[in-house]
Design a protein around this ligand. Structure first.
Ligand SMILES: CNc1ncnc2c1ncn2[C@@H]1O[C@H](COP(=O)(O)OP(=O)(O)OP(=O)(O)O)[C@@H](O)[C@H]1O
Length: 175
């Protein structure tokens, strides 16, 4: 796996499929909320909360809907923080994941049939990176430093990261 220069990863010409991903951080306790994915794509992995954007839905509305469906909460200070492109060498459709951050929410966190939420201490030895997507360790530092980021990640065999680039930006549309 190697970090490359932007432009060194060819972007398929097919229309992107778009997803949301919401990361919930508790500053007072220095924790982050992750969900253990119980079914579907990425099953067995820990991740933020999110899913496919439905036709006609805004990105923010999709992010809130998935957060409600998967963790039973609504974020009240959600901000857009990242845009990630995933290319799979066996799939012509590239994915675009809109990453959001929130630290305030209403509702009581509860498990769904899709996700089991668990708080993790923000300490590299406690976050379960070995059970997370291989791209996560590369964009988490930007997220935790409150920087905005865009990046592209090329995968093989669905889960193996081949190469990637990532950079800080104020304009997420520059991906
Ligand atoms: C490849 N590297 C990756 N790294 C980090 N996160 C990744 C990811 N690849 C997908 N994701 C996220 O995983 C969720 C899948 O969502 P997914 O369950 O498929 O969508 P949705 O809930 O709409 O599906 P169903 O309702 O089951 O059809 C969604 O948040 C998406 O952003």
């Amino acid at each position: 796996m190697s970090r490359v220069r932007e432009g060194e990863i060819e972007i398929p010409s097919a229309k992107h499929k778009e997803f949301t991903l919401v990361m919930i951080r508790d500053y007072a306790e220095d924790k982050i909320l992750l969900g253990e994915k119980l079914r579907g794509f990425g099953s067995g992995y820990f991740n933020g909360f999110g899913g496919k954007i439905e036709p006609g839905e805004t990105i923010e509305a999709a992010a809130q809907r998935e957060l409600k469906e998967e963790a039973n909460i609504e974020a009240t200070d959600m901000t857009a923080r990242g845009c990630l492109r995933f290319i799979f060498d066996d799939n012509p459709t590239p994915w675009l994941v809109h990453v959001f951050h929130a630290s305030a929410y209403t509702g009581d966190i509860a498990a769904s049939d899709e996700m089991r939420p668990v708080w993790y201490k923000l300490n590299p030895s406690e976050v379960p990176f070995e059970r997370m997507w291989a791209d996560d360790p590369h964009w988490w530092p930007y997220l935790l430093a409150e920087k905005k980021f865009v990046g592209t990640f090329l995968f093989t065999n669905t889960t193996e990261l081949v190469k990637f680039w990532i950079r800080e930006t104020d304009d997420l549309s520059t991906i």
